[in-house]
Design a protein around this ligand. Structure first.
Ligand code: GRF
Length: 189
């Protein structure tokens, strides 16, 4: 029998380009992106979302401090009825207070095969280690950086002569397939 439940309302947080957010919007199945918010008012993804009629919100924590910034984002998520928060290239650590408001319902995509290479420079570290495989992980967000339960992973090969940029491009293509698929499964759980 087809799933009759209404789509789960998802708020997406970005900091820049927003290509993962775009793939979440374009491949939405079982969920609906109801808000795209950014800590950087110049994030390129905001215009893309606004052009598609998706509500956007931008505020820099530099202007008002992290607590007030997070309160404003939470307020906006609530106003749009977001049930799940998807981080997509969002470059800030969330406070416990924010995480508590959506505990168990915040997901992120990270460009490594977690638990390997938490944090930044994942591709350079995979190449330096001589790994044959790289990839990406969708995981639950907790207070600990890139350490929450892994919900799904995709593997790509590391090719001879790969640079961090060439590997990043291969992993990014895998991210664009993995994230919507896992978010869809997560929202149907
Ligand atoms: C992606 O590789 C994501 O995994 C990482 O930062 C990059 C963001 O790219 N956290 P985009 O903004 O989604 O294009």
């Amino acid at each position: 029998m087809p799933d009759q439940r209404p789509p789960v309302r998802v708020g997406v947080l970005i900091s820049g380009r927003g290509s993962n957010m775009m793939s979440l919007v374009e491949q939405a199945d079982g969920y609906q992106v109801v808000l795209v918010a950014s800590d950087r008012p110049d994030a390129a993804g905001l215009n893309w979302a606004a052009d598609r009629g998706i509500p956007t919100f931008a505020l820099s924590p530099k202007e008002i401090g992290k607590p007030a910034y997070e309160a404003a984002v939470l307020d906006r998520l609530t106003k749009h009825g977001a049930q799940v928060v998807a981080l997509a290239g969002y470059m800030r650590l969330l406070s416990s207070g924010f995480i508590d408001a959506y505990r168990g319902n915040i997901v992120n995509i990270h460009p490594s095969l977690l638990p390997l290479y938490k944090g930044l420079d994942t591709h350079a570290r995979a190449i330096a280690a001589g790994d044959a495989q790289a990839g990406c992980s969708v995981h639950l967000v907790t207070e600990e950086l890139d350490a929450g339960e892994v919900l799904g992973q995709a593997h790509v090969p590391v090719e001879p002569g790969d640079t961090p940029d060439s590997l990043a491009a291969r992993v990014l293509a895998a991210e664009h397939d993995l994230y919507p698929r896992i978010l869809s499964e997560f929202c149907r759980r």
